[in-house]
Design a protein around this ligand. Structure first.
Ligand code: HEM
Length: 465
């Protein structure tokens, strides 16, 4: 009673057949045109509430963020992560302690000897070297950008990077990629809805096999860490975690820090931190190629601020409003995580006059903010002016939430911003990115997924002096 209205659900399938899975964002917008900014849909038997627009999303994510800070629990997430890790862990002590620990570990790396910025600049130098091997040719940048982004997580977690052609690591990345893909397909909804399906030879068996292989790799690495570590002098996330386990063992309270949780946190950092960042960099290069004037204006600003130095530093960004506006516009226009990560209610709640029971899935349509006609000067164009005032200064826009907001806000937001800025400025300092063929530019329609990626494209890499 009082549940938000929505399109009429069919028996068994709910509204699944009405959703265009190649572009669900359009289907969600159409439902909202009829039922308003807060409405329900049925994914099979499972009801979910979709929330769109600044007023209601702010309420759900921030103002009453805690009431909506749970994650939906379903068969698949239970099977893969058993309520552990960071991304799909339910709201509660275990998630809070691991989130706090991970955030403070990332922050300490920022202050420590080998700072986060240094790690990114080091990786950036490797990336530029790799691209130089392919200068003056038609080049698909996807794999090296993905490797560069994942190497930042490697450096944080394992304290080392991998060469771009390292087969072991390529294998792990492939398994993670395969699992994310399988877990977001239609069969996964059916698996969650129908108990008997779990006895069929469906992709969940493969997902489990992949997780096992990844865990075997992590177990070996953990043994190596245990052999070589100096307690209280952590080099990386795994060392910090082992220190935490030592500390917790001395406490009476039953600890939430244990090996399996460490593995799931590591997997989550890779899953959440690799494709999102590398897709953002893919989009950056694609738009720069499609908009050479904007590319040139950015480069002028980078060269001016850099002066005789080899590269700009992260702190230089405050004097680079145009470049910052361009990067934010890339994030707005591509909406890399279009629906955020599903939330769930921790108790019965009221929203917009409707009653939503405890445990209901909440879909946060972040893209609705990024294309809201009442919030943007040019909602449907790629235009950095969306983030600039009339004096060319960067302006804050409330409706820009690529990392979501509130208690579940992206844990890697600061790291991702730093990576995108440093990689992007370094790429533009060393290369010009040109269209392979002026007459047939690449298709910039996104491929929908948990993260929206561009279709694969090639570009002319022209090395600058
Ligand atoms: C451009 C890059 C990125 C984008 C656009 C992005 C976006 C997001 C979004 C929208 C969420 C969901 C927030 C919510 O539930 O309301 C999220 C969660 C998360 N992100 Fe990111 N992210 C990016 C990079 C990263 C990086 C580099 C890391 C790793 C350090 C990371 C780690 C996480 C984690 C662990 C969560 C789950 C937080 C929780 O449930 O408490 N993300 N991210």
């Amino acid at each position: 009673k009082g549940f938000p209205p929505g399109p009429f659900p069919l028996p068994v399938f709910g509204n699944l057949l009405e959703i265009d899975f190649t572009n669900p964002l359009l289907s969600l917008k159409k439902f909202s045109d009829v039922h308003g900014p807060v409405y329900s849909i049925y994914l099979g038997f499972m009801p979910a509430v979709v929330v769109r627009g600044l007023k209601d999303l702010k309420e759900v994510l921030v103002t009453r963020g805690v009431e909506f800070a749970d994650r939906p629990q379903n068969r698949l997430s239970e099977l893969i992560s058993g309520r552990k890790g960071l991304v799909v862990a339910p709201y509660g002590r275990r998630w809070k302690e691991h989130r706090r620990f991970t955030l403070s570990t990332l922050r300490n790396f920022g202050l420590g000897k080998r700072s986060m910025e240094e790690r990114i600049c080091e990786e950036s130098a490797h990336l530029i070297e790799e691209l130089k091997k392919n200068k003056d040719s038609l080049y698909d940048p996807h794999y090296v950008l993905e490797n560069a982004a994942s190497n930042i997580i490697c450096s944080i977690v394992f304290g080392r990077r991998y060469e771009y052609d390292d087969l072991t690591f390529q294998n792990i990345l492939n398994l993670l990629r395969e699992n994310t893909k399988m877990a977001t397909q239609l069969w996964a909804q059916l698996y969650n809805a129908f108990g008997f399906i779990r006895h069929l030879p469906l992709p969940h068996q493969k997902i489990l096999r992949n997780v096992k292989t990844i865990f075997e790799y992590l177990r070996k690495d953990l043994e190596e860490h245990k052999r070589t570590r100096v307690p209280e002098q952590p080099r990386d996330y795994i060392d910090c975690y082992l220190d935490e386990m030592d500390k917790e063992q001395r406490d009476d309270n039953k600890s939430t820090f244990e090996e399996e949780n460490l593995f799931l946190c590591v997997v989550d950092l890779f899953v959440a931190g690799t494709e999102t960042t590398s897709a953002s960099l893919d989009w950056c290069l694609l738009y720069m190629m499609l908009c050479p004037d904007i590319q040139e204006k950015c480069r002028e600003e980078i060269d001016k601020i850099r002066g005789k130095r080899d590269h700009v530093d992260y702190e230089d960004r405050v004097n680079m409003p145009y470049t910052q506006a361009v990067l934010q516009e890339v994030q707005r226009f591509s909406s890399v995580v279009p629906l955020g990560v599903a939330h769930a209610t921790i108790k019965d709640v009221q929203l917009n006059g409707f009653t939503i029971p405890k445990g209901t899935t909440i879909i946060t349509d972040l893209t609705s903010l990024h294309y809201d006609e009442s919030q943007w000067k040019y909602p449907y164009d790629f235009n950095p002016e969306n983030f600039l005032d009339k004096n060319g200064e960067l302006q804050k826009v409330d409706s820009f939430l690529p990392f979501s907001a509130g208690p579940r806000v992206c844990l890697g937001e600061n790291l991702a911003r730093m990576e995108i800025f440093l990689f992007f400025t370094s790429l533009l300092r060393h290369f010009e990115f040109r269209l392979p063929d002026l007459k047939s530019p690449p298709d910039a329609t996104p491929v929908f997924g948990i993260s929206q990626v561009p279709k694969r494209f090639k570009m002319w890499l022209v090395q600058r002096a």
